[in-house]
Each structure stands twice: as structure tokens, then as C-alpha cells.
Write a protein that binds this ligand. Structure first.
Ligand SMILES: Nc1ncnc2c1ncn2[C@@H]1O[C@H](COP(=O)(O)OP(=O)(O)OP(=O)(O)O)[C@@H](O)[C@H]1O
Length: 466
């Protein structure tokens, strides 16, 4: 375990040496020393400490001033003040200002070690708490995104990486692949999480209204502008704006957006002055923007401004191993929302799910599941309940067609992945998630089957009935 760091701040070099020599062995920690408040702040910029022990009386920046600065810059740092005997009022003041404890000089060695030991313990608890909070935030942000396939793992990594920055993100992917969910996850994991997340579905707002919606207007700007209106960019100030389906906006609005991204300011309609805005932009599209650039429908400069950090979502047919998990997630979610008892899908229907073309991606799967929950008479949703019998009879060769453009290695990997997702998926649907029984049926050792399931991200619990 790394040693905890105590930063001792005092203008007297003897005192610094004395404390370093006595505290390091007694608390099994590393003591760093700073001879002034400025020096302490500089050291903390380079490396964080677990505890600061600060002398109240120092020339230049005194202990109280340093405490104020630390509360602002390093709010989680535990601070203990050293005061001269008889300065109790100042010590109480320090506690009120956020110091954890104070020690009066001259001090008794054992009492000092005991007090600092307690302060370190508090710092440890705070650290643990912060770690837990981060874990919960991460879990909350991702819990709506289901899928453990390698392709989705890469998406989660990208989300975490871009969330730490303020840069513009362009999320692309076919319709229904989860672009909206991904944008919300980026916001939820960013420092802007406590501020607004404003989502604008661009194509649903008529073009002449979109501009005033985004940028706002002044009273009298046009016939019906009877009062000032704040635009969505201003509403999203300090937060995130999500421009859904950016590929569909007019070139006039593209030009205005480019200005916002370049200058970080907007000009409401009818106003002469611009307003500064601090907004993180996430845009999404299911269109082929480079193709639209070629036909002159999309501005190339805007594309490069938007595409700073791209996230590409895979279509569902390229991550079929996620289908069983998605099915069980969607069943749970919608049975609860529709207040229906928990249902499961039949082996035959799961077989269909594992090979369907899924042009509408997760949204299409979700709609089928909702239909099934509403229309299946029993606990089990069957193909007939949702009108897919014809598709089942049709044995179209969707698989080989879709890999014809891949090289040999990738095509083989892709087909192997699909084969396993389908084959093992069918087995487990049949045995309702019983791995031993599935292994017996297919003639594999249980361990060998489990190994394959791990490799291809297949979970038995996704096949158990509710
Ligand atoms: N990975 C996923 N896990 C769970 N649910 C998902 C996932 N991806 C998508 N969904 C669900 O599918 C539906 C469509 O997702 P979403 O609206 O995010 O897609 P989209 O890519 O923004 O679609 P469009 O391009 O049509 O706007 C939503 O109800 C969403 O909850």
C-alpha cells in the first residue's frame, strides 16, 4: 500500500524537521514540508496529500488565509491547525472555517500522534466515500445501456474517455442503436452532470422555428415575438446540449451552429448583442455526413468542428451475442412499466431474435417485446403473439451476405460469433438457462460450454424464465 502523505506547513525550519522525524515512523507515513502558504499550494498542485498540518502564524500568507484557499481548491483535504497556546479563539474560528481539528503548541508527542491518526482516519473514510460515489455514478450512467459484447465494451470506454473532456462529440449509428442513451451517459459522467441536459430532436422542429428555439429571440424580432425568449443554448448554459439528428438541419442553421462552436456565443434573433454561453455540444446522426458533404447538403467545416471525438455505435446485427441480455432487460423494464406480470420469450422466438436482420436495431426489438407483453395470453411470448411466423419460415441467408465485404479473418470471426450466439442461445432457451442440461444435449463438457459462453458473452441468467 502506498504511504499516506502529510504536508506540514510552518515557516520555522527546525519545527519542520522535528515533525518530519517524529511523525514518519509514528504514523508510518511520508511527511512533506512547506515553509510558506504559497509553497504548500504549489506542492499540492504537483501531488495531492492526505492531510495538511498548518501553523497559524506565518509571515506572508498566514494559516487562516491558507485554510481558505485550501477549502476552495482542495475541498476534500483534511486540515489540522497548529496554534500557539492561548489562541483558542483563532482555533475555534479555524474549525468554523472548515479545519478538522487544532493542536496547541507546545505539543505533547503522543497526543499529536493520536490526533493526527484520527485525522488520517477521517481522510481515509472520505476517500472511500468518494470512490463509492464515483462507482455509483458510473453504474447509474451505464445502467440503461445493456450489452457486454466487445463492440459495446469499446463504446463504454469511449464514453468514459470523452466524458472527462468538454470537447464536442459526434455520436453516429443507425436508427435505434442507442445514440440518445449514449449522450445522456456522457453528460451523467461529466463534471456538468448537475447542470441541464437539453435534448433537441432537430428534424421534429420546423426549420423556421428551430433557429429561434436554439438561439432565442428579442421582443419584436418577428410578428409573434411579443416577449423575449431564452434559447435552448442559453438554457443549457454550463450543461450539455444534445442535437439529435444533426444531419437533417438546413445549411442556414448549420452556419449559425458553426459560429456558436467557434466563438462560444449566440445571438438571439432581433438582438444586436451576442451572449456568451458555456455549453458542451453532443450531436448525433444516422446519416452519412461525408456523403452529404459531397452533395453540398452539409458544411464540411461544421462536420470537422463536430467530429472532434467520434463515437460509432454498432448495429444490433453486429452484436448478436447481446440479444438475450437485451431481451431480459427489456422484458423486466416494460413488464414493470406496463404493470404486467413478468413474461419470458419462447425458445422459438429467441431463435428468431438471434437471426433477425434488426434493421431498426434495439428500438425494433423493444417494440416487439412491448407488443409481446401486451398481446401474449400466457407467461410466454411466442412468435404468433407478435406476428413473426412468416419471417420464421423464410430461411433467408442474411448472414453470409452481410460478411461478403469483410476479409477472411474478420468474416470467419464474425460468423463464428454469430454461430455461437445462435447455437448456444437456442440451447439455453430450450433448457431455460440450465447450463448442465444444455451441455448434455450438445455433447460438450459443462466447463467447455461455460468457456464458450464466457468467450462470446452469453449469460445463462438471460434465459431463465421470470
Ligand atoms: N444498449 C442498449 N441497451 C438498452 N436499451 C437500448 C440500448 N440501445 C438502445 N436502447 C433502447 O432502444 C431505444 C432506442 O434508443 P435511442 O433512442 O437511444 O436510439 P437512437 O440511436 O438515438 O435512435 P434514433 O437515431 O432513431 O434517434 C430506446 O428506447 C433505448 O432505451
Amino acid at each position: 500500500m502506498m504511504k499516506e502523505i502529510i504536508l506540514v506547513v510552518d515557516d520555522a525550519p527546525d519545527m519542520l524537521q522535528l515533525l518530519k522525524r517524529s511523525l514518519e515512523p509514528a504514523l508510518n507515513c511520508e511527511v512533506k514540508t512547506a515553509h510558506s502558504g504559497e509553497d504548500a499550494l504549489r506542492l499540492l498542485e504537483q501531488e495531492p496529500a492526505d492531510l495538511a498540518l498548518i501553523d497559524m502564524k506565518m509571515p506572508g500568507m498566514d494559516g487562516m488565509e491558507l485554510l481558505f484557499q485550501l477549502r476552495r481548491k482542495h475541498p476534500w483535504l483534511t486540515v489540522v491547525m497548529m496554534t500557539a497556546h492561548g489562541c483558542i479563539e483563532l482555533a475555534v474560528e479555524a474549525i468554523k472555517s472548515g479545519a478538522y481539528d487544532f493542536i496547541t503548541k507546545p505539543f505533547d508527542h503522543d497526543a499529536l500522534v493520536l490526533n493526527l491518526g484520527k485525522a488520517l482516519e477521517r481522510s481515509r473514510l472520505l476517500r472511500e466515500n468518494l470512490k463509492l460515489q464515483r462507482h455509483v455514478q458510473l453504474h447509474d450512467a451505464f445502467q440503461n445501456l445493456v450489452g457486454r459484447s466487445a463492440k459495446m465494451q469499446r463504446v463504454y470506454e469511449a464514453i468514459q474517455m470523452v466524458a472527462k473532456t468538454d470537447l464536442t462529440v459526434l455520436v453516429t449509428g443507425e436508427s435505434g442503436t442507442g445514440k440518445d442513451l449514449v449522450s445522456r451517459a456522457i453528460h451523467a459522467l461529466s463534471d456538468r452532470r448537475d447542470r441541464a441536459f437539453v435534448a433537441v430532436n432537430c428534424p421534429t422542429v420546423p426549420e423556421n422555428i428551430l433557429e429561434s428555439e436554439l438561439f432565442g429571440y428579442r421582443k419584436g424580432a418577428f410578428t409573434h415575438a411579443t416577449q423575449n425568449k431564452i434559447g435552448l443554448f442559453q438554457e443549457a448554459h454550463r450543461g450539455t446540449i444534445f442535437l439529435d439528428e444533426i444531419g437533417d438541419i438546413s445549411t442556414t442553421i448549420q452556419t449559425k451552429l458553426l459560429r456558436v462552436l467557434q466563438q462560444k456565443e449566440i445571438k438571439p434573433l432581433g438582438d444586436t448583442k451576442s451572449v456568451q454561453v458555456d455549453v458542451r455540444v453532443i450531436a448525433s446522426t444516422n446519416r452519412d455526413l461525408p456523403a452529404k458533404i459531397k452533395t453540398g447538403e452539409f458544411r464540411e467545416d461544421l462536420y470537422y468542428r463536430l467530429n472532434v471525438l467520434p463515437i460509432v455505435l454498432p448495429p444490433l446485427r453486429e452484436r448478436r451475442e447481446d440479444i438475450p441480455h437485451l431481451v431480459s432487460h427489456l422484458l423486466e423494464k416494460h413488464c414493470e412499466e406496463l404493470k404486467r406480470p413478468r413474461k419470458r420469450v419462447s425458445a422459438e422466438l429467441m431463435h428468431y431474435f438471434l437471426q433477425a436482420p434488426w434493421e431498426g436495431n434495439v428500438r425494433e426489438l423493444e417494440n416487439i417485446i412491448i407488443r409481446g407483453i401486451l398481446f401474449a395470453p400466457g407467461n410466454e411470448i411466442r412468435p404468433d403473439d407478435i406476428g413473426v411466423p412468416d419471417l420464421l419460415k423464410e430461411k433467408k441467408c442474411l448472414v453470409e451476405d452481410s460478411v461478403k465485404n469483410l476479409n477472411y479473418r474478420n468474416a470467419k470471426e464474425e460468423l463464428l460469433q454469430r454461430f455461437h450466439a445462435r447455437y448456444i442461445g437456442n440451447l439455453l432457451s430450450h433448457t431455460e438457462g440450465n447450463v448442465s442440461q444444455a451441455a448434455r444435449i450438445c455433447g460438450l463438457e459443462r466447463q467447455a460450454l461455460q468457456q464458450l459462453m464466457r468467450k462470446y458473452g452469453i449469460r445463462s441468467e438471460d434465459f431463465r424464465g421470470g
